[in-house]
Design a protein around this ligand. Structure first.
Ligand code: F6R
Length: 608
């Protein structure tokens, strides 16, 4: 994971790098560091903790430094300590490196360097990079060559920036499997792991591709691809950029703000895409491949985490509405499976960030099968958006809290639209789904208005050590998502189960200290869920139900109940999950957790 940034120009490089690091903090926030060079000398500062700590420390420096690189870390190799924080450097402290990714053969390189007298200060894989550059520099006396030889030796995934007093107006950059973008404005260059970190400074960008190495200098940008061994054109593109409301407004944190963004998120995801009176759906992003989509007989959805659960809802929707056999696979498993995939299969990658390493690797795996690859992505211009053949953007806006809420809702909404677009029938169900989709923003508002009730229930259960979430049909994925969100931000152990599986094992867990969140909304399977609830009650398990407003029979069955407004079962996961997100939020808030930045996690998982 980790985020890297860089600046070369004539202005305040420290300010620019800090601006970028703050935007990239979602990628990791256990330590941060910066290295900067100008005529006054070198500055290196690293702090364990958030970027704000680094910023405070840097305030002491009056110099502006017109060349700088920075890093915000999510630890992979070695604990969050100052020694392990980036930038890393060689023994002479004249080569500085920041890195996102994992150097898989670092031990081999380290052994060779140690044999050659090199000494290491950190436990990281990254530290081999500045030493190896130093090693090659001593052999070649050419920094550019030394950088290239080093990059050629590395195995794994990386986005790397290097600066050096040996060549103080250059930033050396390399990319393999980790995103990197270079921005330009007149004579200034901005480098970052993703465009959000530089978009406030410029929207003129150039994305690097795998195997690219580049040098940014006062003369401009030079890019060479190591695989083709050719110089690449340094064409910049203008990124479509909508300025986002990035402030919290009246909210105490981004998670609560983003849950409250959901009515607007759904409206935006539907805007210009549905026609309620005609009962039709238009998805411009699929127009170019619509002929191919007419001949598909299998869909594989690949995703991770919450996006995987949105994919599971999508599976139910696509199978029922479009009648196309669909399966959802965890990207981390899919990429290592040897399953037959025919050319009439479509692979849909679902990802908020568009940068998740496992999902990218899964997409790369199917490249050679020649199948159509679609994206359901939130981040515009992200790696997945660029590597897929076509797709539908979620348009949920920036999601800053680590726990995904509004993006999950947008993904589910978009998957419903894809199901409708793929459907050859224009039957009753399609019309009903479109009509109900249109009503969703108002129904979510109703849930948000009942937040106090959800907060009361959350406070009652916040000290429990375990939780079970159960649901059936469309709400089986909701149970999984509810459990993930609770464990993720409150650190309470929670498991999601298909309600029908209770008797096959999990029922053994139940006693008076083990509450169950049972999703018991009005649906074809409600009676079955009711039986599952009775079985838990018979074992003295406390029950919280999520039920459809007006259905008093369910609330009578449970210890506590949360109502959601009535909608068709196909769209219930959206309303159920908004309630479950609020429930998790209030449990975590009640426990005093850092809801936006839960421990050990990062927003964008860019390593496998
Ligand atoms: C959980 C959460 C994660 C992400 C997962 C995939 O709240 O946010 O489980 O859903 O890391 O990330 P994306 O969607 O960016 O591929």
């Amino acid at each position: 994971m980790c985020g890297i940034v860089g600046y070369l120009g004539k202005k305040d490089g420290i300010k620019s790098v800090l601006l970028g690091l703050k935007e990239l903090e979602y990628r990791g926030y256990d330590s941060a560091g910066i290295a900067a060079i100008d005529i006054e000398g070198i500055l290196i500062d690293k702090k364990v903790g958030r970027v704000s700590k680094l910023e405070k420390s840097l305030k002491k420096s009056s110099n502006k430094y017109s060349l700088a690189i920075g890093h915000t870390r999510w630890a992979t190799h070695g604990k969050p300590t100052e020694a392990n924080a980036h930038p890393h450097f060689n023994t002479s402290k004249n080569i500085f490196v920041v890195h996102n990714g994992i150097i898989e053969n670092y031990q081999e390189i380290k052994d060779l360097l140690i044999k050659n007298g090199y000494k290491f200060e950190s436990e990281t894989d990254t530290e081999v990079v500045p030493h190896l550059i130093d090693y090659y520099y001593n052999k070649t006396n050419n920094l550019e060559k030394a950088f290239e030889l080093t990059i050629k030796d590395l195995q794994g995934a990386y986005a790397i920036e290097m600066i050096s007093t040996l060549s103080p107006r250059n930033i050396y950059i390399a990319r393999l499997g980790s995103p990197l973008v270079i921005g330009n404005k007149n004579k200034e260059y901005f480098i970052a792991s993703d465009p959000t970190a530089i978009i406030e400074q410029t929207n003129k960008v150039r994305f690097l591709e795998d195997y690219d190495i580049a040098i940014v200098s006062d003369k401009g940008l030079k890019v060479k691809n190591l695989r083709s061994n050719k110089d690449s054109k340094s064409n910049f593109e203008l990124l479509e950029y909508v300025s986002e409301e990035s402030s919290l407004g009246k909210f105490p944190n981004f998670m609560l703000k983003e849950i409250h963004d959901i009515p607007k998120t759904i409206e935006t995801a539907l805007k210009g895409r549905i026609n309620v009176s005609k009962g039709t759906v238009k998805l411009g992003g699929l127009d170019s491949v619509i002929k191919q989509l007419e001949h598909i007989d299998r869909i594989i959805i690949i995703a991770c985490g919450t996006s995987y659960y949105a994919g599971l809802v999508g599976e139910y929707l696509i199978e029922e509405i479009a009648g196309i056999p669909t399966e959802v696979q965890l990207a981390s498993e899919f990429k290592y499976r040897n399953e037959p995939i025919s050319r009439s299969t479509v692979v849909i990658a679902v990802s908020q960030s568009g940068e998740t390493a496992d999902t990218i690797a899964a997409l790369k795996k199917v490249e050679e099968y020649g199948v159509l690859r679609l994206g359901v992505v939130n981040s515009i211009g992200s790696s997945i958006a660029r590597m897929t053949d076509a797709g539908v953007y979620c348009h949920a806006g920036a999601e800053k809290a680590v726990a995904s809420t509004k993006a999950f809702v947008a993904q589910t909404t978009v998957l419903a639209l894809i199901a409708l677009r793929l459907s050859k029938s224009k039957g009753l169900l399609n019309k009903k789904v479109i009509k109900e989709l249109d009503k969703l923003p108002k129904l979510v508002e109703e849930i948000l208005d009942s937040s106090d009730k959800i907060k009361t229930v959350a406070n009652k259960y916040k000290n429990n050590k375990d939780f079970l979430y159960i649901g059936r049909g469309y709400n089986y994925p909701s149970a999984l998502e509810g459990a993930l969100k609770l464990k993720e931000i409150s650190y309470i152990h929670a498991e999601g189960y298909a309600a029908g599986e209770m008797k096959h094992g999990p029922l053994a867990l139940i006693d008076e200290s083990f509450p169950t969140m049972a999703i018991a909304t009005d649906s074809r399977l409600l009676d079955k869920v009711k039986s599952n609830i009775e079985e838990i009650k018979a074992r003295k398990g406390p029950i919280i139900t999520i039920s459809t407003k007006g259905n008093r029979n369910i609330s009578k069955l449970s210890d506590d109940n949360i109502f959601i407004p009535s909608t068709i079962e196909q769209l219930q996961p959206i309303l159920v999950c908004v309630s479950l997100h609020l429930f998790s939020y209030y449990v975590a808030e009640g426990l005093g957790r850092d809801v936006d930045k839960p421990r050990n996690l990062a927003k964008s998982v860019t390593v496998e």
